[in-house]
Write a protein that binds this ligand. Structure first.
Ligand code: ZN
Length: 423
């Protein structure tokens, strides 16, 4: 579908969605009324910037079901975020929403080249988290053999991967890397495995990390993107060319805004990604602020898909650390570490404030061989990392080298930053 044709479809769907929230969700109606808006003022997608934003906090404030647009009798599924930093955010799906989700997940897996002859090992967590069941329904929709192993139990993961002949692995990129290490240690030869592709998401990861996963697992690593507030995984996915993630724009309309002024940015500029769902029934969201930073590319892809592509997300507007007035994304540190052969991509940033001055400590795992060497070599490596960071990012960091597997591994999203500062 051309962009022009798609715009007609999106406009029609947006109008229906705006009416749905206006007449069924008091919170949206009040928001629109206080902005002097009524549904007939939204003629199409070009009017979208008139509409108010929705944030994660709005979902929390309306906990648990306050933003749902249908009676609970029509909701067939609930998912929720872990809620480690307050109330969880709850999302609900109608039967049609589940069908839409399966469809966009089927597209995602097809983008990775998967089909009915594949064995898809779903190592995302099953449960309230959307990862496991999202991949599961998409896998069944394309007719693949789905292995619903969920996260954890690495030994079992490897056994089934080998015995069942898994061809496609679905998990977080950090867990994929962890599995690659476990394969090395288990004595299983890579030739005994049939893996050929991986669909990885739920946390930001760099191209260097992709390179490492592709090399170690000898697979094509596809980046997938989604968030439960929009639908779960299935919002966007890379194709085999890995030149940006195709957004399923017939269901989720994307905008890029300036995270500070909240104004829409000109086409192609980098800013915060905002999504409006235009087909969802249970929990439609209008202009949901993802906090993810990216840019959009409207050119047709080499794969033939016309769906707009978003650049792989590597930073979040709320992950951005401001240290001594300088902006820093953990992914910048990660890129530097991945370029060095001596370090492993497992690290932790500890930020603190001592005597009113921000301090930054980087704990990073190094190859075990270093700890058998003399202290002077460890010191030299430490100095090298400090120098690399200082020359690339322009500020000093205290580097602490730790042994392999000292930093806590995560089977879900990995924790990269501990900020002890009190604001
Ligand atoms: Zn493509």
């Amino acid at each position: 579908m051309s962009r022009e044709e798609r715009k007609i479809l999106q406009s029609e769907r947006l109008r229906v969605t705006v009416e749905r929230v206006y007449f069924n969700v008091p919170w949206y109606r009040e928001k629109m009324q206080s902005a002097g808006l009524s549904p007939e003022m939204i003629g199409g997608i070009d009017d979208i910037s008139k509409l108010p934003f929705t944030t994660k906090q709005d979902l929390r404030d309306n906990y648990p079901f306050g933003l749902f647009a249908v009676p609970m009798s029509e909701i067939v599924r609930l998912h929720a975020s872990s809620g480690t930093t307050g109330k969880p955010t709850v999302v609900g799906y109608t039967r049609k929403d589940i069908s839409t989700w399966s469809e966009v997940m089927a597209r995602t897996l097809s983008c990775a080249g998967a089909g009915k002859d594949d064995f898809i090992q779903v190592s995302y967590g099953y449960g309230l988290f959307t990862g496991g069941l999202g991949l599961h329904y998409g896998g069944e929709k394309i007719g693949a053999s789905v292995i619903p192993i969920s996260g954890g139990n690495t030994k079992r993961q490897l056994q089934l991967m080998k015995d069942f002949g898994t061809t496609v692995l679905a998990c977080t990129p950090s867990y994929a890397l962890y599995l690659s290490e476990a394969i090395e240690e288990s004595g299983i030869s890579r030739d005994e495995l049939k893996l050929r592709a991986g669909v990885f998401g739920a946390e930001p990861w760099t191209d260097q990390m992709r390179g490492e996963i592709e090399e170690k697992l000898r697979i094509k690593a596809i980046d997938i993107y989604g968030l439960s507030e929009v639908i779960g995984p299935g919002v966007a996915s890379e194709c085999e060319f890995q030149e940006g993630l195709h957004i399923n724009e017939d269901h989720f309309f994307a905008e890029i805004i300036d995270p500070v002024t909240l104004e829409p940015l000109p086409e192609g500029e980098t800013g915060e990604l905002v999504f409006s769902t235009i087909t969802k029934e249970g929990l439609p969201v209008i202009r949901y602020r993802t906090r993810d930073l990216t840019s959009l590319n409207y050119e047709k892809c080499r794969c033939g898909r016309t769906l707009t592509r978003m650049v792989k997300c590597t930073g979040r507007s709320d992950d951005m650390l401001i240290i001594r007035g300088v902006n820093l994304f953990p992914s910048q540190i990660e890129s530097i570490l991945l370029e060095m052969s001596e370090t492993r991509p497992h690290y932790l940033l500890v930020v603190d404030r001592v005597d009113n001055l921000d301090t930054l400590q980087l704990q990073v795992e190094v190859e075990d061989s270093f700890f058998q060497d003399r202290i002077s070599e460890l010191q030299a490596l430490r100095q090298k990392i400090q120098n690399n960071i200082e020359s690339t990012l322009g500020f000093s960091v205290d580097v602490k080298l730790v042994e392999h597997k000292t930093i806590e591994r995560s089977e879900g999203k990995s924790k990269r930053v501990i900020d002890k500062r009190k604001f």
